[in-house]
Design a protein around this ligand. Structure first.
Ligand code: NAD
Ligand code: FE2
Length: 448
């Protein structure tokens, strides 16, 4: 096999296991000797990150020998209060000299970008900032950011922000080596050339985009969100500092918390679920249900923030490997049409989809209901799913999510078109129950 051609300006192409990767690792070691790490003690992941022993996880789920072949994609994870101070060292480890920092005005205003830039300068790097990302990042923003990246001859790509900044950064990475238009890469494994190294710093809890193999971009001509999926998109380093979460407005906190919950639930019942993803899914669902309310009531309470950051991370690991389902497939259509907050739309749709899916995989819903502390005993799965759907709705009520899509601006006239485009969404393929256009239409109408 020939050596990969490097097309992006910085010349830091990525191919795991290739000779080039070996050379980069050697370079990284040398860099780490030259650039001392600014390393405060990073708080370790909390006790929930243990295999087995979780409510809802039975022996079969924790037993890999009973499963077929499993692949699990994950970046290097740097996690803990104070972890942002590690960013310069992490970027240098990836071979950065002139990294592109992709972010948005909200993150600039919150002050986190300036902390990041300080850390990058301390590591003797020359960061270039692109800060024009908007929520639900648009195809033209990705193109403009890529032009900036190429013009500035950047190398490593760093995102600091919510899922929108992270997805925009992934979009730039795709264009930098694969060229063409970002919309050309919709679907599974359409990104075939190695992309530059990615360091992702999430500021919401969260989309899990910092660990996932997904990139979601709005097609502004068709008003739909396209899903680009493939293992090439799994970032190299995910760096989570729960301190960043403290500047989130409550509505964003609520929305992204429900997004993480949706990732946990959808990946656990997905047709592609597997034992390694299951354990993260169950833990994330338990953590969101146990701690999201506290972060709304007491926004500066660090323990609950750390738990929510962990929930986001684990939900991301789960769905990146087990994929999602109908909630996300439908939510992407609402997001594309109305620029509505992704997590809020998920929060509205999720209870409806849980009820729809219950008959396809009842036992999985018993495990999920147990994980969130519901007394299900020997209850049939359909009933446990009903209790879980109510539990999710109560949480959504408590954190201020509207009860129906109508409150977000969706009308009956939108349903036909959205039901049609839902069928093209890659997330639908792993939904545990078959869904046709009429089913989606009914689900949308029920959630209005
Ligand atoms: N790639 C994936 O795997 C994946 C998964 C789920 C969702 N997504 C995508 O992520 C996007 C949503 O991302 P999001 O919900 O994280 O929000 P976002 O990135 O859209 O940010 C929303 C707003 O919140 C502000 N903000 C973010 N963090 C802040 C903080 N800590 N302090 C102050 N302000 C802050 C931003 O400046 C922005 O104005 C959607 O486009 C969705 O489709 C991607
Ligand atoms: Fe999501």
């Amino acid at each position: 096999m020939s050596t990969p051609t490097t097309l992006h300006p910085g010349g830091v192409a990525r191919r795991r296991g290739s000779p080039a990767a070996g050379v980069r690792r050697a370079t990284a070691r040398r860099l780490s000797e030259v650039v001392p790490p600014v390393a405060p003690p990073v708080v370790p992941l909390t006790d929930e990150l243990v295999l087995g022993g979780l409510p809802g996880a039975d022996d079969a789920e924790a037993d890999l020998t009973l499963a077929s072949v499993v692949k699990f994609h994950a970046p290097e994870v740097v996690f803990g209060l104070g972890a942002l101070d590690e960013a310069g060292f992490a970027a240098a480890r990836l071979g950065a000299r002139r990294p592109l920092v992709v972010t948005d005005p909200g993150l600039l205003e919150a002050g986190w970008v300036s902390v990041l830039l300080d850390r990058l300068h301390e590591a003797r790097l020359s960061p270039q900032v692109w800060s024009a990302v908007t929520p639900n990042p648009k195809d033209h923003e990705v193109r403009a950011a890529y032009d900036f990246y190429a013009g500035q001859e950047c190398d490593v790509i760093i995102a600091i922000g919510g899922g929108s900044c992270i997805d925009a950064a992934k979009g730039v990475a795709i264009l930098s080596s694969n060229l063409g238009d970002i919309l050309d890469y919709a679907g599974v494994d359409q990104v075939t050339k190695p992309i530059p190294p990615l360091l992702m710093i999430p500021s919401t809890s969260g989309t899990g985009a910092d660990v996932s193999q997904f990139c979601i971009v709005t097609d502004t001509e068709r008003s739909v969100k396209i899903t680009i999926m493939g293992r090439a998109l799994v970032p190299d380093i995910s760096l989570t500092d729960p301190r960043l979460l403290t500047t989130m407005p409550d509505a964003l906190n609520a929305a992204t918390g429900l997004d993480a919950l949706t990732h946990g639930i959808e990946s656990y019942v997905s047709l592609a679920h597997n034992p390694l993803a299951d354990i993260h899914a169950l833990s994330s669902v338990r953590l969101v249900c146990g701690h999201l309310r506290t972060t709304i009531d007491d926004p500066t309470e660090e323990r609950a923030r750390a738990k929510m950051a962990q929930a986001s991370l684990q939900a991301g690991l789960a769905f990146s490997n087990a994929i999602l389902g109908a909630t996300h497939a439908m939510s992407h259509q609402v997001g594309g049409l109305l620029d509505a907050p992704h997590g809020v739309v998920n929060g509205v749709l999720l209870p409806h989809v849980i009820r729809y899916n219950a008959q396809a995989t009842p036992d999985r819903f018993v495990s999920l209901a147990t994980a969130v502390g519901l007394e299900v005993g020997a209850m049939p799965g359909a009933e446990a799913a009903e209790l879980l759907a109510d539990h999710v709705r109560r949480l959504a009520d408590d954190v201020g999510v509207p009860r129906g899509l109508r409150d977000l601006g969706v009308t009956e006239a939108d349903v036909q078109q959205m039901a049609h485009t839902t069928l093209d969404d890659a997330c639908l393929t792993t939904n545990p129950r078959e869904v046709d256009e009429a089913d989606v239409r009914r689900l949308f109408l029920g959630a209005l």
